[in-house]
Design a protein around this ligand. Structure first.
Ligand code: PLP
Length: 399
């Protein structure tokens, strides 16, 4: 296979070989069912307890029994949201943000249209930061749940979820707060115990564990009806025989991610900043969709005015460079990204915005190569753009 320059780590990540190594014994050697009474199964149960301890520390929970394993970030969010609402059927008001991931927004749409919930949506500012101003007035005694992401998947902007939880709890201590930390995990430190957050979800495949594993933090005392009903696994909060190798893999990925939060995150941020600055310098119709410093270190989102994002991606793909546009990947359609729309990104680059997301495996050479090839791709597309006059005006303006 040709060399791949993988700059789409917010979509998914390469599984770290060290993670695979830790998982392998649990397929063909230590394959016992952790619920079995004999030692062959009991040993595996012990390994799951260790993995849960690792997750407790990674999320910054107080207790090991506050962590359950799920199959992905989507399941964590669905378990949290439906679980809390089902356990408290009388309250029908929810608050969230306009820029949540589809796994949350689509569920809320469903709750609105099928089950009579009223959902209020917080706005973001033009730099993608969350506007908490109206929150206090939105929360009332009918508010069952407030949810927000810890970092946005398209822009990387970090949201003040600790502050959000504080405002919510001051107004109504019975309202539950769920945080989708799928894009923050492994990129910034999580420390849920020092917040008033009740539930927090993460996903393995965004942090170099395999697809098919996630986790959910449920603060002790939080009433939650399980999504999957059956056996007594995960303290009755998620039935089904535990996915042992993947649980072990997730724990190892969390350890590695924690080890890499310091110097390695700084290196990734420097690479991201180099990529960003290089594109802005060498492509006259490039526009940074957000420059807030409070972003996860690996993400940038850049608009290319008067050019079609999907075309950029196809040309980059021919060169082995993988990135994504905020549009098609999430919705399966060519609609403009709901996140960029909420930020008020001008229509001139709404459809030409590309997210580049790096990882600890991204190298200097890969960024250099991207910086060499991308201006050529954009130039080629500029030449066939129907907006020649606008592009010329822009070129003169930037000259
Ligand atoms: N939440 C956010 C912010 C995400 O970016 C994603 C995936 O892209 C998810 C949730 C869903 O996670 P999963 O793919 O593990 O279901």
């Amino acid at each position: 296979m040709e060399k791949i320059i993988y700059l789409d780590n917010n979509a998914t990540t390469k599984v770290d070989e060290k993670v695979v190594e830790k998982m392998l014994p649990y397929f063909c050697k230590e394959y016992g069912n952790p619920s079995s009474t004999y030692t062959f199964g009991g040993n595996v149960q012990y390994k799951i307890i260790e993995a849960r301890e690792t997750l407790r520390d990674f999320i910054g929970a107080s207790r090991v029994n506050e962590i359950i394993f799920t199959s992905c970030g989507t399941e964590s969010a669905n378990t949290a949201i439906k679980g809390v609402l089902t356990a408290n059927k009388t309250k029908k008001h929810i608050i969230t943000t306009k820029v949540e991931h589809a796994c949350v927004l689509t569920l809320y749409k469903n709750l609105e249209t099928q089950f009579g919930y009223k959902v209020d949506y917080l706005d973001v500012n033009s730099d993608g930061s969350l506007d908490l101003t109206p929150l206090e007035n939105m929360v009332n005694d009918q508010t069952a749940l407030v949810s927000c992401m810890a970092a946005n998947n398209e822009t990387g902007v970090i949201f003040p979820y600790e502050k959000l939880a504080e405002i919510v709890k001051t107004k109504n201590p019975n309202t539950k707060v769920f945080v989708d930390a799928v894009q923050a995990a492994g990129k910034i430190k999580l420390d849920v115990k020092n917040t008033q957050v009740d539930l927090m979800g993460i996903s393995g495949h965004k942090i170099h564990a395999p697809k098919g594993i996630g986790a959910l933090y449920i603060k002790s005392g939080t009433l939650l009806s399980p999504l999957l009903i059956g056996g007594h696994q995960e303290a009755g909060k998620r039935a089904g025989t535990e996915n042992v190798p993947y649980i072990i893999g997730l724990a190892e990925a969390c350890k590695l991610a924690s080890d890499n939060l310091g110097d390695e995150a700084t290196r990734v941020k420097q690479l991201r900043d180099t990529l960003e600055a290089g594109i802005l310098k060498n492509v006259y119709n490039a526009r940074l969709n957000t420059n807030v410093s409070n972003r996860v270190p690996n993400t940038t989102n850049i608009g290319f005015e008067y050019v079609e994002g999907e075309l950029i991606l196809l040309h980059l793909s021919d060169l082995g460079i993988c990135a994504s546009s905020g549009s098609a990947c999430t919705s399966g359609s060519l609609d403009a990204s709901h996140v960029l729309k909420a930020m008020g990104v001008p229509f001139t680059c709404l459809h030409g915005s590309i997210r580049f997301s790096l990882s600890r495996f991204t190298t200097n050479e890969e960024i250099d190569y991207t910086l060499k090839m991308l201006p050529q791709v954009i130039n080629k597309l500029n030449n066939i753009s129907p907006f020649q006059k606008e592009l010329n005006d822009l070129k003169k303006l930037k000259a």
